[in-house]
Design a protein around this ligand. Structure first.
Ligand code: ZN
Length: 187
């Protein structure tokens, strides 16, 4: 359960203004503003900037990943807490890679999230931002490698820089079901 956990800031998504086409419906849509994580000092939270509309199922997967993998990775790499994710592409009714034809994107059903940067520490006290497109130095590059590896275990699909031109500046994660658990797609 996501609600009732201190640190989680979640609200119900407003109903769609007009009926959405088949393939663009989100099951249990919620707006995620922040997710709870455990920090060295106790309960903390990671904000989503801007707040993102996703399925409850995706929010649960992201929540678990943040708490068990990402927060420890951030602390290990920089000695700082992860405080925010700069994101885009929550729920959006569109086809893959913004083509006019073809399958609907996992974003169309709220099962995906795009991460552009990781924010560490308190911004007012000289926080650190790690950009997926332009990591600054070896430490940040290694951190992003670790992030990607852990994402490959936590989600069904992980695409990022090097996968294709559409993913040069962000990390795409989704929980789209594939035929078998072994057919995870990780680049
Ligand atoms: Zn995406």
């Amino acid at each position: 359960m996501l609600t009732g956990v201190p640190g989680n800031q979640i609200r119900m998504a407003a109903p769609a203004p007009k009926p959405e086409p088949e393939g663009c419906r989100v099951t249990d849509p919620i707006v995620v503003e922040a997710l709870a994580v455990r920090t060295a000092e106790g309960p903390g939270q990671v904000k989503l900037l801007p707040p993102s509309t996703v399925s409850c199922e995706l929010a649960r997967a992201v929540s678990l990943w943040l708490d068990t993998s990402l927060q420890p990775l951030a602390r290990g790499a920089f000695g700082r807490e992860l405080t925010a994710l700069r994101v885009g592409g929550g729920h959006e009714c569109r086809r893959r890679n913004r083509q006019t034809q073809g399958s609907f994107s996992e974003h169309a059903t709220g099962q995906a999230l795009d991460i552009f940067a990781f924010q560490l520490g308190d911004e007012k006290q000289g926080g650190l931002a790690v950009s997926v497109e332009r990591p600054n130095g070896l430490e940040q590059t290694r951190f992003l490698d670790g992030v990607r590896q852990s994402a490959c275990g936590a989600f069904m699909t992980v695409l990022g820089p090097g996968a294709d031109a559409a993913h040069a500046n962000h990390l795409h994660i989704d929980i789209q079901r594939r035929r078998t658990a072994a057919s995870r797609f990780c680049q």
